[in-house]
Design a protein around this ligand. Structure first.
Ligand SMILES: Nc1ncnc2c1ncn2[C@@H]1O[C@H](COP(=O)(O)OP(=O)(O)OP(=O)(O)O)[C@@H](O)[C@H]1O
Length: 294
C-alpha cells in the first residue's frame, strides 16, 4: 500500500471557546511525503514533537485538519472508504497492557469477531498469525496471556494485529521496556514479516542504534515538521543534525568510524560493538605476527 501525505496539517480542537488570538496551536504543519509499500521506516523526535499524532493520522484515528492522506491514491477520510484504514495494523505502546482474554487464542482472535467466520477459518487465521510471530500454536493457544514473559506478551499483541492481515504495521515504541534479547528477537520478527509478507513497517523509536540497525529510512520530526528524511546512517552521522536534536552519535556509527580510522574495513556500517572488538583483536594479532616475523 502506498501512503501519501499531501500538505497535511493537524490541530487538536479545544473544547472551550478560545479568543481568536489564542487559537489552538498546530501540532503537525504542512507535511508532504510518500511511504512506499514494503518500507522499514523509523520515526524519531523529541517528546511532544508530534510522533503519536502522526501515527494516529495514518491509521485514521484522527483526520487531518488540513491537506489529505491518500492510501493507494484514495482519500479514506472523504471518499466514504474508511475501510481502507483496516489495512493498517496499529500497535500501541506497551500493547500487552491491552491483553484481556483468558487465553492467547481468544486474545488473538478478538479482532476477527465481527467477520462472522467459522471456527475452522478462525483457527487457520490464528495459527498463521502465531506462526508469523513465532509462537508455537499448540504450546501457547490455551495459555493465559498474563502468565507469559514480556517478549511473549508483545508477540501475542502483534499477532492480534497481524491476524487481520494488514498491509502496513504501525508500532509506537515497540521495544520499550524489553531486554536486549527480546528487542533483538522482536526486530528479527519484524524483518521477517517485512520480507515474507511484504508488510510495510513504521515504528517510533528513541533508540538511535536500533534505527541504524533496522530502518531503511528515518523521518526525524521536530516541532511538527520532518526536518530530515532519508538514510539513517547519513542523517545520524551528520554532526549538525545531531546538534540540532541534542543527540549523541549512535554507538554503532562511532564503532564503524573507529574501525575506518584504524584502517580496519568491516564493509558494514551496522557492525556491533562485539563484532568490532573481534575485528580489532584480529587486526592487532596480525600486526603482532608481522612484527615478530620481522
Ligand atoms: N488529545 C490531545 N489534545 C490536545 N493536545 C494533544 C493531545 N494529544 C497530544 N497533544 C499535544 O500534541 C503535541 C504532540 O503530541 P504527541 O503525543 O503527538 O507527541 P509525541 O512526539 O508522540 O510525544 P511522546 O514522545 O512524549 O509520546 C504535544 O504538544 C501534546 O501536548
Amino acid at each position: 500500500m502506498q501512503i501519501q501525505l499531501v500538505n497535511v496539517s493537524f490541530t487538536y480542537s479545544k473544547k472551550k471557546k478560545r479568543a481568536a488570538s489564542t487559537a489552538a496551536p498546530s501540532v503537525l504543519h504542512h507535511i508532504n511525503l510518500t511511504i512506499q509499500s514494503g518500507e522499514m521506516l523509523a520515526i524519531a523526535g523529541k517528546s511532544g514533537s508530534g510522533k503519536s499524532t502522526f501515527l494516529q493520522l495514518l491509521k485514521g484515528f484522527l483526520a487531518p485538519t488540513g491537506g489529505q492522506i491518500l492510501l493507494d491514491g484514495i482519500d479514506p477520510n472523504t471518499s466514504k472508504r474508511p475501510d481502507l484504514f483496516d489495512q493498517i495494523g496499529y500497535i500501541f505502546q506497551y500493547p500487552e497492557h491491552q491483553l484481556f482474554s483468558p487465553t492467547v487464542f481468544e486474545d488473538i482472535a478478538f479482532g476477527l469477531q465481527s467477520a462472522k467466520l467459522t471456527r475452522e477459518i478462525k483457527e487457520q487465521k490464528v495459527r498463521k498469525a502465531m506462526k508469523a510471530v513465532q509462537l508455537d500454536y499448540d504450546e501457547f493457544k490455551d495459555r493465559s496471556p498474563f502468565e507469559l514473559s514480556g517478549g511473549e506478551k508483545r508477540r501475542v499483541a502483534i499477532a492480534g494485529a497481524v491476524v487481520l492481515e494488514p498491509r502496513v504495521l504501525i508500532l509506537d515504541e515497540p521495544t520499550a521496556g524489553l531486554d536486549l534479547q527480546s528487542r533483538t528477537a522482536l526486530f528479527d520478527l519484524l524483518h521477517q514479516m517485512n520480507e515474507e509478507l511484504g508488510l510495510t513497517i513504521l515504528w517510533v523509536s528513541h533508540q538511535l542504534d536500533e534505527i541504524v540497525n533496522h530502518a531503511c529510512r528515518l523521518l526525524a520530526l521536530k516541532k511538527g515538521e520532518f526536518i530530515a528524511d532519508g538514510s539513517p546512517v547519513a542523517i545520524l552521522s551528520d554532526p549538525a543534525f545531531l546538534n540540532a536534536f541534542g543527540w549523541e552519535e549512535p554507538s554503532v556509527l562511532i564503532v564503524s568510524r573507529l574501525l575506518k580510522e584504524l584502517g580496519i574495513t568491516s564493509g558494514n556500517d551496522r557492525i556491533s560493538p562485539e563484532e568490532a572488538a573481534d575485528a580489532i583483536a584480529a587486526a592487532l594479532s596480525l600486526h603482532q605476527q608481522q612484527i615478530t616475523a620481522k
